[in-house]
Design a protein around this ligand. Structure first.
Ligand SMILES: [Zn+2]
Length: 208
């Protein structure tokens, strides 16, 4: 893929949109009212909109290495605050994916420089669930399970944010933990028991 090709593609895309709806871009410029915040991995194979089959304007998207929600990361915290308090989204998705390079790196002990503190958040997930993970003999199964547990823990981090805690007071926000299976293309809902998690989290993290 060369850079010039991208601009040619863009021209074709503009034309195809205008062909089906001549006011497509003027409507798009009026503003956004997405109902979903999607937090996913920056992996080039996991393109958020395409795998969900959604159009521009449908989903507010944030992507970083291994779909993390660290409470000290100003970037993801600002995204959540803006999506919940200003866009008023009612759904927040954390979507991980099998064969995630970030999760794989966190399972190894290689020194990766500035990535170390980022990946340490995933190592903390491993530590939290080490009994379950260490009981899995098959390395690939263990890797897949850590991807799932990481999604669950990042969903909990979403719930712990002040924005979501505040929003829970006057509306129902649904949190979803998903995994994209690169091998089959399938989007899997992990069906995380948020009711139970929420009760535990609220006891400790609720804000007055
Ligand atoms: Zn990834």
């Amino acid at each position: 893929m060369n850079i010039e090709q991208i601009f040619k593609n863009n021209q074709e895309w503009i034309q195809s949109k205008i062909n089906t709806d001549s006011s497509y871009f003027s409507n798009l410029s009026k503003g956004q009212t997405p109902d979903i915040l999607y937090i996913g991995c920056a992996d080039s194979r996991v393109s958020a909109e395409e795998l969900m089959g959604v159009a521009p304007g449908d989903v507010f998207v944030h992507r970083n290495i291994a779909n993390m929600v660290p409470n000290t990361d100003l970037n993801v915290m600002s995204v959540i605050e803006y999506a919940v308090m200003h866009l008023k989204v009612n759904n927040i998705v954390v979507c991980g994916h099998y064969f995630c390079g970030g999760v794989k790196a966190a399972m190894q002990s290689q020194d990766l420089g500035i990535l170390n503190p980022w990946l340490r958040n995933i190592r903390d997930v491993y530590r939290t669930h080490k009994d379950e993970l260490n009981a899995i003999d098959d390395e690939e199964e263990k890797y897949k399970r850590l991807v799932e547990l990481n999604v669950e823990e990042q969903c909990i981090n979403v719930i712990k944010t002040a924005a979501v805690q505040r929003a829970y007071r006057d509306r129902k926000i649904n949190i979803h933990g998903w995994v994209f299976d690169i091998h089959s293309g399938k989007l899997v809902d992990l069906k995380i028991d948020f009711k139970r998690i929420l009760d535990d989290v609220m006891e400790i993290y609720h804000l007055d």
